[in-house]
Structure formats: C-alpha cells, structure tokens
Design a protein around this ligand. Structure first.
Ligand code: FRU
Length: 487
C-alpha cells in the first residue's frame, strides 16, 4: 500500500469513528437496503458472483456527504439478503484516478475477479482526463491495480466512462458511456481476448443516430444484456427534456431492445423505454448469476436540486441502492421483480383473503407497526382508489383513465410532486417499504416506481381510500434486517 492510499484510508477510518454512531441513530436509516456507513453513495458497481458470494460494489465518497473523489465500497452476500460489509475495494490514490475511481463493472476469469473502472482526473489546468483502468483480485476482497488499459480515443470529450464488460462467445466485450465532440451521448464498443488489451470497435448507438434524434448530451452507465429474444442496451442519458409523463426526472435510465452486430459495430434498436417511473432511480447495472438470472440494482437517488435537502445529511450519510430485481424480457418489455430471496426477510405476516370496500369508505391497514413492510395487494374487483402511506406518499389508481400516480412532497419547498404512468389495467400492487423508501411493482413487474420519502417518523399509517367500490386481497409482512453495516 502506498503512502497516499494509507493517508486516505486513515482519513476514512477517522471519519467513520467520528460519525458512524450519528448515522446509525438516524430514524431514516434503512433496514434492508444497502447504504454507506457514512458519506455519499451513488452507482452500484462491479455486480458479480465470485467464490460463492455475490459482490456488490458502490460509488462512495466517505470523506464528505457530497460528490467528489469516489472510492469503491464493497458488500458481499451468499444469498442477496444477509450482507457483509467488506473493506474498501478501491481508493483513489493513483495519478490516473486522483479525482475518483468512477463507475465500472466486474467479471470472473481464471479464478480471479477483474474490476474495470474509470479513473477520473482533473489535471492541473482544471481539465478533465479519463482512463479506463483494471484491478484484479484473487480473493474478491483485496485488489491489485494494473493501471489504465484504455485511453481516450479520438472523437470524444473526456466524458467517457463507466466500462461494462461481458463475454460473448470466446471474446470479451466492453461498452463505455461517451460524449462525442459534437456534444451527443453515445455508447462505444471495445473487444479483447485477454482482458488486458482492448481494440476500439466504434460507436454502437448514440443520440442523433438510428432515428433517435436529439437524445441527450451524455450517456452514462451503459450495459448490454443478452436474452434469447434479443439484446437490450441499458443507458442513463443526460439532457433529455420532459415529454408528457415521460422523462420527468433530471436524468433518465432506460433501455432499447435490438441486436448488436459486432462486425459492423452497430446496435440496431427500437425505441427508448424508461426503466422506472418514480423519483429516485439512476445508473442501474445488471449481472448474470450462476442460475442464469439477470439481476438489476440501481442507485436509489439522483443528483438533482433536491439532493442537498435530504434530511439524512444531518446524520452524515446520503443515498442507498434499490433492492435487487430479477429481469425478464417478455414481448419486448423488461419486467422487474424483487428477487425471490427477499422472502427470507419476511417476519410477521398479515393476510386478508378478500375485502370489499365501498366508495368513500376507508380501510386503515394497521396492526403491524413497523416501517419496513412488504405489501401485496391483488385487485379482485377493480375500482379507483388511493393508498396513503404514512401521510407522506400517495399511490392513486384511476380505473377509468387507466392511470397510476405517485405523489410525495418535495424536499426543498414542500410542494406536491407527481409521477405517473398509463396502464391498461392494474391487477397487482407489490410494495416494498423501508424507513424512508418505497418501491412499487405494478402488475408483476410491468412498471416500477422507486422513491425516497421522509414521513413523520412516528407515523406508520397506511390507509386505503376507495373512490369507487373495490375488492382486493392483502398479504403483508414485516421485514427484518440482515445488514451488517460495518466490519
Ligand atoms: C453516474 C455517474 C457515472 C460516474 C459516477 C461518478 O451517476 O455520474 O457516470 O462514473 O457517477 O460517481
């Protein structure tokens, strides 16, 4: 370990000593979502399965509660529910990463775990530089840095980052998020036989190409997923204007279905669809596990104007990851469902086989008294209704218009803000609530709303308010924590 790394790790250790207790005392701390001990977390990185454990790394600034020179934090788990907090995997200690070990991915080869990430540098003249770097581990916990393996090719600004590597046939492939010199977001492709030497293959997709038109000035965090039905490209584009109910957040995350032709370096694709309709979802990444499942995790946050108003900042931490979701591609639509392992978190259960409510009645869903809950509501006879959660968030289903709306209060001025989606019908709402987050899965993963919310901490009310007659069944569970926050 060099002196710089030692100095940075000591600074982190001191900060954890000073502030960990404070962070843990925050009533908005989550119970089953991955969070930073202290400081700021953003993107999930390096999702992988190695030596019998899932490894989830994450962008972490442990030295401040704001964005800055990122480290790679690290959690591991055998079953996606009981998590161990591992030592820091990457420290921004070298010249080629001095302003952050930015996002990237992991692959397993020859019994080693390979991390690919972006070395972010602001040089002495204040200009950005970018290096795609490699670090290798034998035990999945300690990493040896190999330095830059790719430098910036011609035709791009230094907004060139977030390498995602996967194997297709016998060849390693890497997609990187980029900005062209013309100021358009793009995804480029590299290939390699040995993970160390990479050949540039060109832009596979981008704003202003393939009928996309004006589609953002930068595409972050690309991911290429192969399904039997075809390929799917995930991107997190920046600079897209709102359009009716779409693109309401500052930045978007979504996917395009298509087909990657490596020889011509082209991803021919259809339209872009958002992955999540809520307020806080960005920079998703996926992995394939031993069972062949495609698992997605995202940052449950956003660098928008509300970020500085998060109440958790007073407790010296901010942001979390979403729960892991299994993806299925069905008729061109990516369905997201909570991974089945989350059932292990279920403690007390509460079930109502069928309940009829008349318009104007209310049903107070109480008797469980915890903020960490899972709720499955099956609609047996449809009608419009609202679910008011802890008097802070509200889900509204308008049965006539075929529309689901989520509202909450803004953190800066307290006004109500909404996100919505049009649906042909709703037959199921599957809700994961944690102390300050909610994830709503509609119709078995057809649409998802992800949001942070900050209710009065003593309020654990959930009220169902029918606008029309409605019949439903309920299954609810209190959820336990299996997070080992720091080791
Ligand atoms: C996405 C992102 C990535 C970058 C990382 C830095 O949220 O901006 O493009 O690598 O965060 O933390």
């Amino acid at each position: 370990m060099n002196e710089n790394e030692k100095r940075l790790l000591t600074a982190v250790e001191e900060r954890i000593q000073s502030f960990q207790q404070k962070a843990e005392a925050d009533p908005y701390r989550l119970t089953y979502h991955l969070m930073p001990t202290i400081g700021l977390l953003n993107d999930p990185n390096g999702l992988s399965f190695f030596n019998g454990r899932y490894h989830f790394f994450y962008q972490w600034n442990p030295l401040e509660e704001s964005h800055g020179a990122k480290f790679w934090g690290h959690y591991s788990s055998e079953d996606l529910t009981a998590w161990r907090h591992e030592p820091i995997a990457l420290v921004p200690s070298e010249w080629y990463e001095r302003n952050g070990c930015y996002s990237g991915s992991a692959v397993v080869s020859d019994d080693h775990l390979y991390l690919f990430y972006t070395g972010n540098v602001k040089n002495d003249s204040g200009e950005r530089e970018t290096y795609q770097c490699l670090a290798v581990s034998e035990d999945g916990v300690h990493f040896e840095k190999k330095g830059p393996i790719i430098t910036l090719p011609e035709g791009f600004t230094a907004h060139f980052r977030d390498p995602k590597v996967w194997k297709r046939g016998a060849t390693w492939h890497m997609v990187i998020g980029a900005q062209t010199l013309e100021g358009c977001g793009a995804v480029v492709l590299y290939t390699s036989d040995d993970l160390y030497h990479w050949t540039y293959r060109g832009i596979i997709a981008g704003a202003g190409r393939s009928g996309l038109g004006d589609f953002g000035y930068m595409w972050e965090c690309p991911d290429l997923l192969e399904f039997e039905e075809g390929d799917v490209l995930l991107i997190s584009p920046q600079g897209i204007e709102p359009e009716e109910d779409r693109y309401q957040n500052l930045f978007q995350s979504g996917y395009m279905m298509g087909s990657l032709d490596v020889d011509s370096s082209r991803f021919s694709h259809g339209d872009f669809s958002e992955l999540d309709k809520g307020f806080d979802f960005y920079a998703p990444q996926t992995m394939t596990d031993e069972a062949g499942r495609r698992i997605l995790v995202a940052w449950m946050g956003m660098t928008d104007s509300q970020e500085p108003y998060h109440p958790t900042l007073d407790y010296r931490w901010i942001h979390a990851l979403t729960i892991p979701r299994e993806l299925e591609l069905k008729d061109g639509v990516l369905l997201q469902r909570p991974v089945k392992e989350l059932k292990k978190l279920r403690a007390g259960a509460f079930k109502v086989r069928s309940k009829k409510l008349l318009a104007g009645e209310r049903w107070d869903f109480d008797g469980m008294g915890v903020e960490s809950k899972e709720l499955i509501l099956n609609i047996l006879e449809a009608g419009s209704f609202s679910i008011r959660i802890r008097n802070e968030a509200e889900i509204h289903y308008d049965c006539q218009k075929g529309r689901v709306t989520l509202t909450r209060h803004r953190l800066d001025d307290g006004s109500v803000e909404r996100r919505r989606v049009d649906v042909s019908h709703v037959h199921q709402l599957h809700l994961f609530l944690d102390h300050s987050s909610l994830e709503l899965f509609l119709n078995d993963g057809e649409h998802v709303f992800t949001a942070r919310y900050f209710p009065d901490v003593s309020d654990d009310s959930i009220v169902l308010l029918p606008k029309q007659n409605v019949m439903f069944s309920v299954e609810a569970y209190s959820l336990t924590s299996t997070l080992n926050v720091h080791s």
